[in-house]
Design a protein around this ligand. Structure first.
Ligand code: PMP
Length: 415
């Protein structure tokens, strides 16, 4: 056979352009969803901040501005004790896991963290992933439910996990157990659900509204229909009873089938986790593709998270955080601001999107970094400043923040 057959033929016309146009891609639905979830401003790029001051002092923007925009709720990302734990593990075990946990990437640092997470979450076992995002997508897909009932404001990683699972996704009204019951009842009437598996999934704390899901009522609704429950504690882990989340605070450890969270917010490290029964973890070990086909969590991150969990259990950092939060909330309310939510996340309601952006700019000039959150991230007319104080903020920092809000709010006629 002549090898000429394999020679490229001279093109008679120019080939069609099958490349990617980033601009049109950015208008695609998935990209639009992503941008909506990310966007405190319309188009964002990476934003630097200086390293946290050693010893856990409040991280400062450009070394001089007060940052009230991080998720480092316990102020542990700059804590010497975490740094020491990470450094020791890096020297003993290495900076990287070197392989998937299922190959040769498993280390004592992973096992020790998983034991402590299970104890804190009051479950039989826990499993760590390389991020909370990976934990969500891997877990929901591995559970392979026929239907997922998902809160309308759930985090993007839950949304993506639902999509990846291929399940029918029923979105129920935010934080509304009656709407959940309605959606489950509707499906039970419409479809032959005899052999179906159902999953109810919710964040425990919602990051833009700072509100808490009514977990006990959601569990009641799930029980009534025999569904499993999964709770994402990304914004609660480490902050409540015994260093646990809202599930522990509400005494629901036995009722939530899958507890999930991140090691990268209050625990000041990096990674994600799932906590639940022994059979659940055994299943995920081999079925969660983001666990199986991804390098194990970096051992120093595991060691740092474990140290953070120990500190969170002790309670001092938590007490400091809640003191800073209540002083900040009370100060803002006394000035006439409306502060939403009921957690460490303080969304300061402004209303109009331009007013929110102007307020954020004024705060920035006054040395306070706090993002304006506006549509489409939140509904029209509910633009806000999202304040996230941390345990590393001092009483002086709170005073400085309040003074900036007073000056900026007065100048702009908001208060
Ligand atoms: N779930 C929620 C509710 C989150 O807010 C986040 C992070 N923004 C994640 C999951 C993902 O966690 P990680 O940053 O560890 O990937």
């Amino acid at each position: 056979m002549s090898s000429d057959r394999h020679r490229p033929q001279a093109a008679e016309t120019d080939p069609p352009d099958r490349g990617f146009d980033p601009e049109s891609r950015l208008r695609s639905r998935a990209a639009a969803d992503l941008r909506r979830d990310l966007a405190p401003v319309d188009r964002v790029g990476p934003r630097a901040r200086t390293a946290p001051d050693p010893g856990g002092d409040a991280p400062a923007w450009d070394g001089e501005r007060l940052v009230l925009a991080s998720n480092d709720y316990l102020g542990l990302a700059g804590d010497d004790r975490l740094a020491a734990a990470a450094a020791e593990t890096a020297r003993e075990v290495g900076t990287g896991a070197g392989a998937s946990r299922l190959v040769v990437g498993d280390t004592p640092a992973h096992r020790a963290l998983e034991r402590d997470l299970a104890a804190t979450k009051r479950t039989e076992r826990a499993l760590v992933f390389s991020s909370g995002y990976a934990a969500n997508v891997g877990t929901i897909a591995a559970l392979d439910p026929d239907a997922v009932f998902s809160d309308a404001l759930n985090h993007a990683s839950i949304v993506d996990g639902c999509r990846l699972s291929g399940a029918d996704v029923e979105i129920y009204d935010h934080g509304d157990p009656e709407a959940l019951r309605g959606a489950m009842g509707q499906r039970a009437r419409d479809v032959d659900t005899t052999d179906e598996s159902w999953l109810v999934v919710t964040d425990s704390v919602f990051s833009m509204d700072g509100d808490v899901a009514p977990l006990a009522a959601l569990c009641d609704a799930a029980d009534a229909f025999g569904a499993w429950t999964m709770v994402d504690e990304a914004h609660a882990t480490g902050l409540h009873d015994g260093g646990g989340g809202i599930v522990q605070r509400e005494g629901l450890s036995d009722r939530v089938d899958v507890q999930l969270g991140t090691l990268s917010k209050a625990l000041g490290a990096q990674g994600g986790y799932v906590a639940g029964s022994d059979p659940l973890v055994e299943h995920l070990l081999n079925a969660a593709r983001s666990f199986v086909f991804s390098t194990g969590l970096a051992p120093p991150a595991a060691a740092a998270a474990r140290e953070a969990l120990r500190i969170a259990r002790e309670g001092d950092r938590r007490d400091r955080l809640w003191n800073v939060v209540s002083r900040t909330r009370e100060g803002l309310e006394a000035m006439g601001y409306e502060v939403l939510g009921g957690t460490q996340i303080l969304p300061v309601l402004v209303g109009d999107r331009a007013d929110a952006v102007a307020l954020a700019d004024r705060l920035h000039e006054a040395g306070v970094v706090a993002p304006a959150i506006r549509p489409p991230t939140v509904p029209e007319g509910t633009s806000r400043i999202r304040l996230a104080p941390t345990a590393a903020h001092t009483p002086d920092d709170v005073d400085r923040c309040l003074a900036a809000f007073e000056a900026a709010g007065t100048e702009s006629g908001l208060i």
